[in-house]
Design a protein around this ligand. Structure first.
Ligand code: GLA
Length: 405
């Protein structure tokens, strides 16, 4: 099933009007009041699901590589209450309409501006497929997570829905099981053949830590973020139409490399294997494989350098990751390249594009005391040079999606 063109998932959320409320975050009491104003009774369940950044390990999760994301303090919030009717009623903070209604008997895909609800429908359907006796519920969403910024708002929406289903039925899953169900929902209901990084990061975040995730074993090892280093996200506010279908094309190129190299996944290939097969692979597939294999090596070295306080190596590895994503994997764009160049000219520790690419955000490691001024300077320099606005903000690593007490 392919319901939303690849790469457009977060744009769909944005178009659907989940409020871009990071400038005016609501508190828990306001969110309860919002729910009551829509459904005329109090909610029973409150959940928060964070977005994620990725320090390094880009476009390697579906090749069973290593990634190093962290859940961040930007959230999708949901309040919900179980209902007797066999349907889900959904509302989000900017939808002034009456709630959308999804009959449980027919969780058929929605199109156009309502298609953001497919993330919810898909997760509910996947829990049902897994034997969970799903029930109807009312839900109201709010967000402090910028949508369409490559910060995994779709994975956050999926995780929030998963927790509501679990709270409503009493059938609880481990973070790993939850992530796998959400990934399956995204594949089937959103038509995005994503890897496991986003869902696992959103489900398993640990406050103050990045997560070293082995995308083969799905083992998650929290790694403390060193004191004195801040993470600045810069949202380019662009998402190029080119993104549609390009993600699946990259996966197909990797598959071609896997076949040609005779390995299970690119995780199993060495750079020597890839270089030795260069002629056989052809230029494009060679460059794709070179990116994946070299990026996995960078993740290992990055983790060591970060723990050892070797900021010079950290910065170099981020720079190499960006260059490889730009030149070998061809998933960057002029806006992201410009933002990385500006950040480097301001003397950050490291900067690179992040996530699927063709827009979205850059991730920047910055000395803590310089974080606010660097964030401001990046926006100012970009505005002066390109006459366009970007948004830069400091994020902190937080725990994964959970019920709110
Ligand atoms: C998107 C996907 C992830 C991952 C990244 C690139 O965010 O959802 O699974 O592949 O792109 O690293």
């Amino acid at each position: 099933m392919r319901l939303i063109p690849n790469g457009r998932a977060e744009k769909v959320l944005r178009d659907a009007g989940i409020r871009l409320s990071q400038k005016m975050p609501t508190n828990a009491a306001q969110r309860i009041a919002l729910f009551e104003s829509v459904y005329h009774r109090p909610p029973q369940i409150a959940v928060r699901a964070p977005g994620r950044i990725n320090l390094i390990g880009e476009h390697v999760d579906y090749e069973e590589g290593l990634v190093m994301p962290a859940a961040i303090d930007r959230y999708i919030f949901a309040n919900a209450a179980v209902i007797d009717e066999p349907e889900i009623r959904l509302w989000s903070a900017t939808c002034t309409r009456t709630p959308l209604r999804l009959p449980l008997a027919d969780l058929a895909p929605l199109h156009g501006t309502d298609s953001w609800a497919n993330y919810v429908a898909g997760v509910v359907a996947k829990y049902r497929d897994a034997g969970v006796p799903v029930r109807g519920f009312d839900v109201a969403f709010d967000a402090t997570l910028p949508l369409g910024a490559g910060l995994s708002s779709s994975a956050a929406l999926e995780a929030a829905t998963a927790l509501i289903v679990e709270a409503a039925t009493g059938f609880t899953k481990t973070p790993r099981e939850r992530a796998l169900l959400c990934q399956a929902a995204e594949h089937e209901y959103a038509g995005v053949p994503c890897g496991i990084m986003d869902q696992l990061a959103v489900a398993s975040g640990v406050k103050g830590h990045a997560l070293m995730i082995d995308c083969r074993s799905l083992e998650v090892t929290p790694s403390p973020l060193p004191e004195g280093i801040a993470v600045v996200v810069v949202d380019s506010r662009v998402k190029h139409a080119l993104a549609d279908g390009e993600y699946a094309k990259r996966k197909a190129d990797c598959e071609a490399a896997v076949q040609s190299l005779g390995v299970q996944r690119l995780r199993d290939a060495s750079l020597e294997n890839v270089h030795a097969a260069r002629d056989r692979l052809g230029d494009r597939v060679f460059r794709r494989a070179r990116h994946v294999v070299s990026e996995i090596g960078r993740v290992r070295r990055f983790a060591e350098a970060l723990q050892g306080g070797d900021v010079e190596t950290v910065g170099k590895l981020m720079a190499k990751s960006h260059t490889s994503l730009r030149d070998n994997y061809e998933v960057s764009c002029t806006e992201l390249d410009a933002l990385v160049a500006i950040a480097n000219s301001l003397g950050v520790i490291g900067a690179r594009m992040m996530g699927g690419g063709f827009g979205g955000s850059t991730v920047n490691l910055v000395r803590e005391e310089e974080a606010a001024s660097v964030a401001e300077a990046i926006c100012a320099r970009y505005r002066e040079t390109y006459g366009a606005e970007v948004e830069a903000f400091v994020v902190h690593a937080v725990d994964g999606a959970a019920l709110e007490s």
